[in-house]
Design a protein around this ligand. Sequence first.
Ligand code: NAD
Ligand code: UDP
Length: 309
Amino acid sequence: MRSAKKILVTGGAGFIGSHLCEALLSQGNEVYALDNLSTGCLANIENCLLSPHFHFKQADVCDGVPFDEAFDWICHFASPASPDAYRQNPIGTIRVNTEGTSLLLEYARHCQAKVLLASTSEVYGDPEEHPQRENYWGYVNSYGERACYDEGKRCAEALCYAYTHTYGLQVQIIRIFNTYGPRMQATDGRVICNFLEQIVRGEALSIYGSGEQTRSFQYIDDLISAIMLILSREVCTSPMNIGNPEECSIIELAQLLSELTGTKLGFKYRPMPLDDPRRRCPDISLAQKTLGWKPVVSLRDGLLKVILS
Ligand code: NAD
Ligand code: UDP
């Protein structure tokens, strides 16, 4: 990457945002981050804050950009991401993904920045096609408790399309599949966090529904390496899945974590949350072809890294 690009990261104090800020700083960029600290925290960016090339403001995306800079890239990561977090704040979730995205696209238009939008596999809803390719339109409930997030992200994608086709703005949408790693918020309700917390407390692992539903978990370093390739090569193409196609059921995940931690705590079954997708696995051939990228950290190795961190 050309050194000293000016890059804005919204949600920069969150799990993914903070790893991205660190990677950008390590490559000599000038990094501007904003975050309202609703689900992120300053501890995530304590290393970044030591750098003279890191500029942080506590602010809400919906109040506009609190910097007066001509950015090369605007990376929009601000949004609650865990189902518990967005169920607790559905209106804020819709706003940051719609009004927030709209404000950022306007800002990008005026300073001619490129935009990277953190979208999600949730745009596919409870998919009827498997694995999910980018040209699958999804099966999403627009009037339910996951709708604030799923439809918020779908609207963000539609806004990006509109700005690209109206103003020629250069945008890359990435549809991120479940990502885990150090700095996940231990109490945010996502499955790996819950299981690890329960293991520490010596409690049975909470399985929602039958536990046969699947997810494909990606280690944070693999996601960051894909993002860094996009930014360095200035890739602005159609929406792209970024995930690890190693699919496993929630029961298999619980068994693997029990094995890796040497625990036998058993399972406690809980009702399945509403609209919980039954299967999720990315087709990553577009990212492989465009970026020459594929994930390199297996689920077993990634979980071990988290356990040992
Ligand atoms: P996170 O909750 O750790 O990070 C989100 C950050 O955004 C937090 O620091 C939060 O305080 C901030 N934020 C939220 N609303 C804001 C607002 N209105 N103004 C300013 N800051 C705000 O979650 P994460 O897992 O790091 O997710 C980051 C992004 O990646 C999100 O957009 C999410 O939708 C997307 N994503 C994440 C995953 C995943 O598995 N982690 C999967 C798909 C997509
Ligand atoms: N899940 C579970 N036990 C938990 C938390 C989650 O069985 O303690 C299930 C949840 O129902 C879903 C999957 O694990 O099927 C992944 O949930 P998560 O909240 O991590 O992310 P999602 O992919 O649903 O956004």
